[in-house]
Structures are given as C-alpha cells and as structure tokens.
Design a protein around this ligand. Structure first.
Ligand code: BTN
Length: 226
C-alpha cells in the first residue's frame, strides 16, 4: 500500500487515472478538498474543506479486475461494516454502491478505469459535515449528524484503508453481507424511467427486479432513482 496525501486536487479519481501507469495497485490518494469532485452520471461531488473523507485507490490485479462486477458492492459493504462498528444503526447498501442511513445518503462510490488494465475506486464519505446547503437528489447525512460526535478523519481512513486492502477480494463474504443490508429490497424504484419492484441483491452481484410487464430481470449495473 502507498498513500499520497494532498491538501487540494481537482479530483482524487482524476489524479489516479492520469498517473495510473506510474503507480502500483493499492496506491491510495486522499485529499482534504477537491475543486472538481466527480459523482456518478457526470454529477459533481461537493465537500467542504477538511470535513469529510475523500479518497481514491488504484487496482490492477487481474483477479480483482476479472471480478469487477462484485467490486462496487464489496467496497460499499466493507465501508458499511465500518459504520456499523462505529455504532451506527440502520445502515444499508443501495445497490450497486451507495450507502444510506435512515433513508439518507452518507457515502457515494465512483468506479472508473479501463478494463482489463486498471480500475480507480473513488469514495466520498460524509464524516464531520454538520450542514448541507444546496439541492440534493437524495438528502445527505454524515457520521456526525447520525452519531452526534466528531470523528478523527485520519484514524477512520486508516482503518477503512486496511480493511479494503485485506478484504477487497473477499467477494463471497461481502456479497452475503450486502444481501443482509439491501436498501432496495421490496421497494418500488425507477429504472430507465419506469417503475420496477426490487426483489433484492443476488449472489452474483446483480439486482433482481420485477418490471411493469411482470417479468423478472437481473440488472448488472445501472442507476436507480426515486
Ligand atoms: C456518487 O455519485 O455517489 C459517487 C461519488 C464519489 C465521490 C468521490 S470523492 C473521492 C473521489 N474523487 C472524485 O472526484 N469522486 C470520488
């Protein structure tokens, strides 16, 4: 493992994508601030300076890249487990890679890269932010708002970094964990603008849904919106 710590950068994901050739697998980049933080679907990721955890890491191993379909769920589950260990309740995984607490979003994950060469995993976890102004698709929350205590961001990062390093290939265990903490299960959500009933995360990492024609489908990636 290697850690690059920055005060400010455009985006930790962009940084690793730019220099992926020069770094080994499990190079982590963490920044206190991002001037152009990226969210999924070309959205922006805003975070006040020093209040939250913003990091990315690089993966190059063949056995990880070959299993990239399990990756976002595994990473989200590893972080969810940490939140449980901090004493947070009602934490769940919104397939494929968001973490929700009490219907509010606390963590977003963005996977980018070029298969089979490399994958960059970017994590934005709201830690000590007390107020969220602005318009959000999903109401955000933070560890502080949930537990009412300030968290040492560096300490939390080191413990997440270690767990990711140890567990990122532990797909089986963490998919089972995700199935037990499935936010979408039995909820009606929109997929490609059509309402579907979510029937739950499957062992292969897909999401089973029933569509409007009463047909069962298995989604392997995609965006579900309220
Ligand atoms: C989402 O849309 O939910 C994914 C958000 C991912 C944000 C993180 S913050 C660290 C890393 N660098 C970025 O530019 N984005 C990710």
């Amino acid at each position: 493992m290697k850690l690059i710590e920055l005060e400010s950068v455009d985006s930790t994901n962009k940084y690793l994508i730019k220099y992926f050739n020069e770094f080994d697998s499990f190079t982590f980049v963490k920044s206190k601030y991002q001037t152009n933080g990226k969210g999924r679907n070309k959205r922006r990721w805003y975070s006040p300076n020093g209040e939250n955890l913003l990091f990315s890491f690089l993966l190059k191993e063949k056995d990880i890249i070959d299993n990239y379909k399990f990756l976002s769920i595994t990473i989200a589950s590893v972080i969810l487990e940490k939140l449980n260990q901090l004493g947070m309740e009602n934490v769940s995984l919104k397939w494929p890679n968001d973490i929700y607490v009490n219907d509010k979003k606390i963590c977003g994950i963005l996977l980018e890269g070029r298969i089979p060469e490399y994958i960059v995993v970017g994590v934005g976890l709201n830690v000590n932010q007390k107020e969220f102004s602005g318009i959000y698709r999903v109401t955000p929350t933070s560890i502080f708002l949930q537990l009412n205590r300030k968290i040492d961001i560096n300490e939390l990062f080191l413990s997440i970094e270690n767990s990711l390093y140890k567990n990122v290939k532990n797909f089986e265990k963490y998919i089972s964990f995700a199935i037990e903490h499935d936010y979408l299960k039995n909820k009606i959500y929109k997929y490609n603008d059509l309402e579907v009933l979510c029937l739950g995360i499957q062992k292969d990492g897909s999401l089973k849904i029933r569509n409007q024609n009463n047909k069962i489908e298995y989604l392997f990636s995609g965006e579900l919106t309220l």
